[in-house]
Design a protein around this ligand. Sequence first.
Ligand SMILES: Cc1cc2nc3c(=O)[nH]c(=O)nc-3n(C[C@H](O)[C@H](O)[C@H](O)COP(=O)(O)OP(=O)(O)OC[C@H]3O[C@@H](n4cnc5c(N)ncnc54)[C@H](O)[C@@H]3O)c2cc1C
Length: 409
Amino acid sequence: MQQDAFDIAIVGGGLVGASLAAALRATRYRVLLVEAFAPDSAAQPSFDERTTALGNASRRVFENLGVWQGLLPQVAPITRIHVSDAGRFGMAQLDAAALNLAALGYVVPNRAIGLALWQSLSGAPNLTCAMPARLDTVTLQDDVAVLSIVDAQGRREARARLVVAADGVQSKVRAAARIGMQTHDYGQHAIVAGLCTDQGNDGTAFERFTHAGPMALLPLAVPGATGWRTLVWAARPDDARRLMALAPAAFISTWQQAFGWRAGRALQLASRNLYPLALSRADASHAARVVLIGNAAQAQHPVAGQGFNLGLRDAAELAERLQAHDGDPGDPAFLAGFSAARAADRHGVVEFTDTLVRTFSDERPAVGALRDAGLLLFDLLPPAKQLLSRVSLGFGGRSPRLTRGAWST
Ligand SMILES: Cc1cc2nc3c(=O)[nH]c(=O)nc-3n(C[C@H](O)[C@H](O)[C@H](O)COP(=O)(O)OP(=O)(O)OC[C@H]3O[C@@H](n4cnc5c(N)ncnc54)[C@H](O)[C@@H]3O)c2cc1C
């Protein structure tokens, strides 16, 4: 590290922390970014084998940050969403064209997003990257935060007026700020796998609710190949472990039985990974010298593909406010303003996702009938569809400038 005094220290250079760093590039703030893993490391937990479904607001953020163009070869647009409930008649379809949108969302490999973001950071004159380096402790004082960082050379100290916790659900920064976290375990694990079928992608994303948990099949752009999709299959932990242990052919045939033939016959399976699923919500979003963004503030079930989209809006709002702010970035009134601005969107998205998971895992017949009615109404009523398309743009309040028009630093 060349300096030890910064305006802002971002702890965690995963999807959300790296996005914030990119948005603060070329601002007047001296920024330190601390990340435990190199972006191209197989162990990087944020840029792993998963794919992320980005909403239109997130696409605009990446366009404004100048990383979207480079991602395009690996971007699969979602032009239609097909929702069905296993064993029941309810189904619904959402079409981008009917909503006058080019796409409802875009599926991009996490690794591609991570590499593009980190590439965009190289050479930024106001940015110091400590990577690979781990935040060990952080001491929060009234006027400054003192970070103790460990890397291959040993231990170093850095001071910052604001520490941004972008270090994920097990955030050390949040713990140091004594902010509690409420967690609800859904009793589900998600299997994420690549699946190739004999039917080419037409941009349809399938969402299927089964007794054991929801399943999503998303289009995937693999340069030089067709028919690849990402499967996100949430199941009870024991069932998920059993599915993980199956030989590829047995896994494929079990999946085909549960999903049906809408996407054709599955031919090939790529890597499978397992993720325990829980809803986690921090009790507060800021404290003295600290602000929480992304999974450090809230982590949710991936059924609606909202976790990163929401975290990116945290980063966009914080960057916009910091740019307009004149003075101490750790000023309590400034941090309170940020938390208030993000409250409605965070609450809306978390409640929406949680209700979806609970409603579709309820096996009581009356709830099943309500689901059928809901899906039918959803298919028949344009306002219901437009409400859902709001999810792609964020809930409540104004949206950050990075998600809308032009952005300049
Ligand atoms: C199966 C699955 C599918 C998903 N699909 C979608 C989707 O389609 N759309 C969507 O919007 N969201 C999706 N999500 C949610 C999304 O992945 C998360 O919301 C997102 O990863 C949060 O990013 P983050 O940067 O806040 O946290 P993380 O991804 O957890 O990154 C935290 C970073 O902090 C670093 N770090 C942690 N501790 C330290 C330390 N002490 N020192 C230094 N560095 C540290 C880590 O190395 C990591 O890089 C999905 C989640 C799952 C589990």
